[in-house]
Design a protein around this ligand. Sequence first.
Ligand SMILES: Cc1cc2nc3c(=O)[nH]c(=O)nc-3n(C[C@H](O)[C@H](O)[C@H](O)COP(=O)(O)OP(=O)(O)OC[C@H]3O[C@@H](n4cnc5c(N)ncnc54)[C@H](O)[C@@H]3O)c2cc1C
Length: 472
Amino acid sequence: MACAIVWFRNDLRLDDNPALRAALAGGYLPVPVYIHAPQEEAPWAPGAASDAWRHRSLAALDAALRARGSRLRLFHGPTLPALQSLVAISGAEAVFWNRRYEPAVERRDATIKRTLRRQGVRAESFNGALLLEPWELATRQGDPYRVFTPFWNAAQAALRPPRTWDAPARFDPLPDDADVPEGVSLAGLDLAPPRSWDEGFWRRFTPGEAGARAALQRFLDQALTGYATRRDRPDLDGTSRLSPHLHFGEISVVRVLAALEASTAPAEDIAKFRAELGWREFGHHLLHHFPDTPARNLDRRFDAFPWARPDPRALDAWRHGRTGIPIVDAGMRELWATGWMHNRVRMLVASYLTKHLRLHWEHGARWFWDTLVDADLANNTQGWQWSAGTGADAAPYFRVFNPVTQAARFDPEGAYIARWLPELAALPVPLRFAPWERPGLLARAAPRYPRRPLVDPAAGRVAALDAWRRSR
Ligand SMILES: Cc1cc2nc3c(=O)[nH]c(=O)nc-3n(C[C@H](O)[C@H](O)[C@H](O)COP(=O)(O)OP(=O)(O)OC[C@H]3O[C@@H](n4cnc5c(N)ncnc54)[C@H](O)[C@@H]3O)c2cc1C
């Protein structure tokens, strides 16, 4: 019986895995491999938090494969020669993988597919990440969508009923171990951080397919009902926290959709959550059609915008939660401690960076890239360009979030602020949103917290609008 290489990438699961399914359905002996080649993803090679996650996720995938009598073999890139050598040694007739949509990865994968096919190897890729391929939808004029609502309406009309697939309990028969190179150890990939700065991540998340399933179940049981209203509250556990699991493909979006369809939660909560999955689809649609947007404004009119010259001290204060604006600082500290930040707070920290500090959104996108466990080129680019007002369907630049009123509205008891900035917990609630208004009280309660905001919310707003008018 011939074998097939199943090349795992950001699809670190067994169920609903079209590449694995194709290998088994084709009657091949599956050889699961992971090839580490971060340099091939430049200039967006995975950041430190992503590496820490991937380390654990690969371990979980290997354990799941071993429970089925198989195992995951790990190799160093470059990818094409690694695959060619695996094919030559194992005699594999086919290589199967699930598609990714980052521009550098799309280019690399196209070369690999072409080369392997030219050499007589059956090379095939599948959609394992999205509800619809980014090229499946177009406007009536045949253009890519640039506005979410018509995109999502068209997507919903085109969606097929979600069909899940459970991997078999054992892969029988298995390739003879002697026919497949051993590969390197997980430690040999050097993904785990040397000092355990990631400890806080694992109090909140469990990487791997079982952890993803548990997160989905928790969300269905505890947070889907009420999602439409609670999702904007960072002080509540009101969202799914599925983003890193979806990014690494530890659960399929098809399975999430199937669970929603089976749910008896209120229709408005289900519709809202589906729409968030729609934003993920939209981000991938945009990245595929506008592949230079991780570094360039989608709205080219912003190419002439007078961004401030990067001030290392301001950037450092923003990164480490020392701007003096509590909701911004709380978010940046949540990010540092857990590798994740609530969506509403992501919008507020991004708005403060790009509008009040008037720093180019790429500074923020880069920091998020290194520190988020869900760092995802499609979603991160979309999130930053949307927040900066330079993207598709953007909140126009002149709509500047007020971080004080936003905090009072979405963290009404100041509990989120107190959790991540315990030094402000002693302040009465309204002061937690704008502590500089009572400098004496602030100095006594939190002597090390900034006395004044880096940029005052009102003055920063005026300056941002002025810059925007000048650039028109
Ligand atoms: C500046 C900025 C940067 C961002 N960077 C990323 C990123 O790198 N990776 C990432 O996955 N998301 C990013 N987002 C989107 C969003 O903040 C996260 O997806 C969300 O907070 C994840 O939490 P959750 O899983 O609990 O979301 P839920 O509310 O439970 O939503 C379910 C799923 O829908 C998807 N989703 C939700 N909101 C969005 C959105 N606005 N755009 C795209 N997909 C969405 C995610 O896959 C998420 O897991 C960013 C948003 C902003 C404003």
